[in-house]
Design a protein around this ligand. Structure first.
Ligand SMILES: Cc1cc2nc3c(=O)[nH]c(=O)nc-3n(C[C@H](O)[C@H](O)[C@H](O)COP(=O)(O)OP(=O)(O)OC[C@H]3O[C@@H](n4cnc5c(N)ncnc54)[C@H](O)[C@@H]3O)c2cc1C
Length: 239
């Protein structure tokens, strides 16, 4: 297949090429030429801030939230040009913060939620991981037993998460929790995993919401625990 582009896209393509030429190291041979630690350092500490500054970290997001405000065709061209030179399009947790959680907030979040979360995801202040899988609830997510219960204007999460990739780099986790024990379908909420320990945020008035609850999570390797069963004390959970 040979896709064709309107002639006016050539200018944008050149803009991306110029950006890559100007900002990648002179001896750049692609991210695959670097060792694992070096690649992680480059993608997260060196390249990610450059992408954020130019609006290329979340090219589809509105400029007001730190995105690039690019059209769909411009996004395709950006991906093509980045791919040709092996340039990463984000850091290790951006698939969670931007692709999964951020896009959900962009589509379903309130104005307040968008203003709070999206710029901080771009800046790197909020770094997300994904807390969907749980013991005995991998492919069959509807089996999960992690619970989220309202307590005043907060939600308290009790349960365990596993397979939490890159949790050791994150300070937030978006989780699936069961808010109705009679329901076979778990309700999605999001929780913070804050390095200082437990945190709980105000609950909204309606369920579901993409960013409803906060809880401390132990982000140690493959196991993340949000609270102890039937307990609100999460401060002892290792991170
Ligand atoms: C490298 C890696 C990173 C991951 N990162 C994350 C993460 O960041 N966050 C997160 O939430 N999860 C993460 N996961 C978890 C991943 O989403 C789960 O592994 C996945 O959901 C499968 O769950 P399981 O391993 O418990 O296998 P199971 O669900 O126990 O499945 C075992 C086998 O049974 C089969 N099977 C299961 N159910 C059925 C069915 N109904 N019919 C037919 N066959 C079935 C499966 O295909 C599989 O072959 C990660 C997994 C890996 C391997």
């Amino acid at each position: 297949m040979r896709p064709t582009y309107d002639s006016d896209t050539a200018t944008f393509r050149q803009t991306i090429r110029d950006f890559l030429n100007a900002n990648l190291p002179a001896d750049w041979e692609g991210i695959g030429a670097l060792g694992a630690n070096e690649a992680h350092h480059f993608a997260n500490d060196v390249w990610r801030p450059v992408l954020a500054e130019h609006g290329y970290l979340a090219p589809a997001w509105p400029v007001e939230f730190g995105g690039g405000g690019l059209s769909e065709l411009e996004q395709v061209i950006l991906v093509e040009e980045f791919s040709k030179v092996g340039a990463p399009r984000g850091g290790s947790n951006d698939q969670f913060g931007i692709t999964y959680c951020g896009n959900t907030i962009l589509n379903w979040g309130t104005d307040e939620q968008q203003a709070e979360f999206l710029p901080k995801i771009i800046s790197g202040e909020y770094v997300f991981c994904q807390g969907y899988s749980a013991p005995n609830a991998g492919s069959d997510l509807a089996s999960l037993t992690c619970r989220s219960e309202p307590d005043g204007d907060e939600w308290v999460i009790n349960g365990q998460k596993v397979w939490t990739s890159s949790a050791h780099h994150a300070n937030w986790v978006f989780v699936l929790c069961r808010t109705d024990s009679a329901s076979r379908v778990p309700i999605a909420t999001s929780s913070s995993c804050d390095s200082s320990g437990c945190g709980r945020s105000p609950a909204g008035s309606e369920v579901p919401s993409p960013i409803r609850a906060r809880a401390c999570s132990g982000c140690s390797g493959a196991s993340t625990t949000a609270g102890s069963p039937n307990s609100r004390s999460t401060s002892s959970v290792p991170r």
